[in-house]
Design a protein around this ligand. Structure first.
Ligand code: FES
Length: 183
């Protein structure tokens, strides 16, 4: 084998190794965000959810036996979110420190439901879904009752656990029930 052939081989080897290195670097660059996304829930140890207890206000703001609209600032927010940062929810004070805090979104396709004190019903303007005052389904297309936030009373103030809208997947409703709510 001539010197020229030897140097040709080594150049090819070198080029092949550089190519492999560049491929490896490209794989790392492309895979890092994907792996980070997949591992983030494990690293954070919160199951991928970002939840936070939010102060909804003093108990006096929610008279017993009434349902009132409240708003809270989304704990997961961006500077450009603007008004959408303020998330409404329905607060029903059953009695004493027993509450139900409902997501405003209909359990059918998510339209905001409205409370009608005259009939003690929540109604959805989109497809006519109706809910009783305890959030349970009364009629229409919704497959279930309204979703509920977990809540607690602390220092005379009503707190809800927010940061992820309550849905079936969060099992927030189940935990709300464990606080003594019905629904
Ligand atoms: S979104 Fe409420 S009934 Fe369809």
């Amino acid at each position: 084998m001539s010197d020229q052939e030897k140097s040709g081989m080594s150049r090819r080897d070198l080029m092949a190794k550089i190519g492999m290195l560049l491929n490896g670097a490209a794989v790392v660059i492309l895979a890092t965000p994907v792996i980070g996304y997949l591992l983030a829930p494990i690293v954070r140890g919160d199951g991928g959810r970002y939840r936070k207890w939010i102060d909804l206000g003093e108990l006096d703001e929610f008279p017993e036996g009434q349902t009132r609209l409240a708003k809270y600032k989304n704990p997961i927010s961006n500077p450009w979110d603007g008004e959408t940062d303020n998330i409404p929810c329905w607060v029903r004070r059953v009695e004493g420190e027993k509450f139900q805090v409902f997501a405003i979104n209909c359990a059918h396709l998510g339209c905001p439901v409205r409370w009608f004190p005259q009939s003690s019903l929540f109604m959805c303007p989109c497809h006519g879904g109706v809910y009783y005052q305890d959030g349970s389904r009364a009629s229409g297309p919704p497959p279930r009752g309204l979703f509920e936030y977990p809540y607690k009373v602390e220092g005379g103030r009503l707190m809800i656990e927010a940061g992820q809208l309550p849905t079936l997947s969060t099992s927030a409703s189940l935990r709300a029930r464990s606080n003594g709510c019905q629904g």
